[in-house]
Structure formats: C-alpha cells, structure tokens
Design a binder for this molecule. Structure first.
Ligand SMILES: *[C@@H]1O[C@H](CO)[C@@H](O)[C@H](O)[C@H]1NC(C)=O
Ligand SMILES: *[C@@H]1O[C@H](CO)[C@@H](O)[C@H](O)[C@H]1NC(C)=O
Ligand SMILES: *[C@@H]1O[C@H](CO)[C@@H](O)[C@H](O)[C@H]1NC(C)=O
Ligand SMILES: *[C@@H]1O[C@H](CO)[C@@H](O)[C@H](O)[C@H]1NC(C)=O
Length: 289
C-alpha cells in the first residue's frame, strides 16, 4: 500500500548489480524491484462501480487482470455506496450545456455486484475508476466516489481511471497540477470539470505522480493503459504472455492518439500518422524496407 513511497527511498541506494534480477537486462533496478514486489504480493484491487458505467471501461481492463490472476495472487472488490446489484442503466442526464440526454432503449448489461462500500472496503493496492454517463449526473450522485478517492489516494499504490473516470479523480482534487488525459469525444465537456489539471490532448494514456496516477483516453484506450500499467507492475515480458493468451494487440505508445485528431481536440498535434501498426505483444513490428 505504501510501496511507491518505500520504493523511492530504496531506489537511491540501489546498485547496478540488481540488473537482471528478474531475468531481463532491459529493466532498471527500480523496475526489477517493483516487479518482484508485486509478483510476491496479493494485489488488492478496488473497482468503483455505478449505474451508467461504460461496459468496456470495466470489463476490458478487468479481462486483462483476470487472466493475469492465474499467475499472480490478486483480490478484487467492487465498491459502490451501497452493496448489491448494479446494471449499466443510463438514467436521463443533463449535459453541462443544459440539454437533456435520454436513452430509454439503450441496452442494459448484466449486473455487477458491489461487494463493498467505501466504509468497509479493505486497504487497496490498486484503485480503478471507470467512466460512463455518471460524470454528467448531478455531482452529488458521485460525491461518494470523489470522497473515497480523496481519502484513499495517499495509501493506495496505484490509482487509475478510464475515460470520463478522470473527472472523479479531478473532482477529488488529487490531480491538481498533475498530467492526465480523458475521452477525446467528450473532451470539451470533461476538461472544464477539472480546471486545475494539466490535461494532455495527445495521449492514449498518461502516467504521472511517479507512476502512481494513471489516466486513459476513451473506453477502449483503458485496455492499452492496463497493459502499460500491468507491465509497470509485473514486467512487460510477463504480461505479454497474458495479452497473447487473450489475443489482444495493445498500442504501446502512450502518445499515439488519433482520436485527439478525429475529435479536433484543441492543442492536438495533427502531424503524426493516425495509423499505428500493432501486433502481438512482445513482437517488434517489421522495419520499413
Ligand atoms: C531468461 O531469459 C532468456 C532469454 O529470454 C530465456 O532463454 C531463459 O529461459 C530465461 N530464464 C528464466 C529462468 O526464465
Ligand atoms: C488474498 O487476500 C484475500 C483477502 O484477504 C484473501 O481472501 C485471499 O485468500 C488471498 N489470496 C491468497 C492467495 O492468499
Ligand atoms: C499465491 O498465494 C499462495 C498461497 O499463499 C502461495 O502458495 C503462492 O505461492 C502465491 N503465488 C505467487 C505467484 O506468489
Ligand atoms: C508532433 O508530432 C510529430 C510527429 O510525431 C513530432 O515530430 C513533433 O515533434 C510533434 N510536435 C509537437 C509540438 O509535439
């Protein structure tokens, strides 16, 4: 839980002899210690859940950690203000501009069971905050998320959001002055809800605060972030086995962000190709002839 802080102290005493400790000369001593530490512990993951969550924001990254948990001990708790079943039922909501959005015929997905409340959630090592329509509902509906993030940020090693989940982190106040990203389609609506955040327009995901704070762009980008985050925890060569088992080719360049261009995000760098050659994790792309 306090691993990140401890690591920062330990790092200053390390020597190069630690290189290769987890059989990869590509890792720095600090990386190797982090990988060994996480491989040896029972990683407690808290997942925030609420009505109106975007399905892939949860199930995409969760599929990666679920597969990884066949090799590393992990514990998962689903946290809501009340225990019980939730559906991804998008209730009518008012956009910041005043227009009311209502999708009465939108699919409802199977329930998620909230196992814990903010009051009885155990100490966490990783806290995941998904996005969805909730950021547009009255802030009072989400204050429990913001309060929970605020109260747990210091004691949790890693805190990550997918898509508009970044708004809850911003409103919690833990991203003031920090670099972060969020959904590019809804960029204009979202970033104004975090005026003190240094929003990065061209980013599939952003890691800041010494590797503690992770935020991804919209929905599917959460899986690319999760690959990067799990690689940070366990080492890419270990996570690659899992990615290839679930047959997902992750984008590995955090600055690759065609959706910043598609959605005309102010400040987006448009000079880079929108296309990114991806392949199985761990395999280098063919070099240009
Ligand atoms: C260490 O890495 C090398 C090269 O990837 C591999 O051949 C070897 O089997 C690995 N050893 C262990 C103990 O994992
Ligand atoms: C991990 O921790 C949870 C919660 O304390 C516990 O239920 C579970 O058995 C632990 N797993 C292992 C493999 O120790
Ligand atoms: C997971 O926990 C079990 C029970 O404590 C332990 O035997 C096993 O070695 C652990 N697995 C890893 C990968 O550390
Ligand atoms: C924009 O992207 C191009 C291509 O990747 C890069 O060469 C250039 O430095 C970037 N410009 C800025 C201002 O980041």
């Amino acid at each position: 839980m306090k691993f990140q802080q401890t690591l920062a102290v330990v790092a200053s005493f390390l020597t190069a002899s630690v290189y290769g400790a987890d059989n990869s000369s590509a890792h720095s001593p600090v990386d190797s210690i982090r990988h060994q530490y996480n491989a040896g512990r029972n990683l407690t993951i808290g997942w925030i859940v609420f009505n109106g969550y975007a399905p892939l924001d949860i199930w995409g990254p969760l599929s990666i950690v679920s597969a990884l948990s066949s090799r590393y001990n992990m514990t998962l708790v689903a946290i809501h203000k009340e225990k019980g079943a939730l559906v991804n039922n998008i209730n009518p909501y008012t956009r910041p501009g005043g227009s009311v959005e209502n999708y009465p015929y939108m699919l409802r997905t199977p329930s998620i069971l909230a196992t814990h409340t903010p009051e009885d959630a155990p100490p966490l090592d990783l806290l995941m905050v998904p996005g969805g329509s909730n950021y547009l509902t009255p802030s009072s509906d989400n204050e429990w998320i913001e309060a929970f993030v605020r109260s747990r940020y210091a004691s949790t090693d890693y805190v990550a959001s997918v898509c508009s989940g970044a708004v809850s982190l911003a409103r919690a106040g833990i991203m003031d002055g920090k670099r972060a990203t969020t959904n590019k389609w809804a960029w204009a609506d979202l970033v104004k809800l975090g005026p003190k955040v240094e929003w990065v327009p061209n980013a599939r995901w952003v890691a800041d605060d010494g590797g503690k704070l992770w935020t991804s762009s919209g929905v599917a980008a959460g899986m690319d972030m999760m690959y990067a985050l799990m690689s940070y925890l366990y080492g890419a060569e270990k996570v690659d086995l899992t990615m290839n088992a679930i047959e997902l080719s992750p984008h590995t360049d955090s600055a690759w962000d065609p959706y910043a261009v598609v959605h005309k995000v102010p400040g987006a760098n448009v000079s880079r190709s929108l296309f990114d050659l991806v392949g199985p994790a761990g395999y280098a792309p063919p070099t240009a002839a």
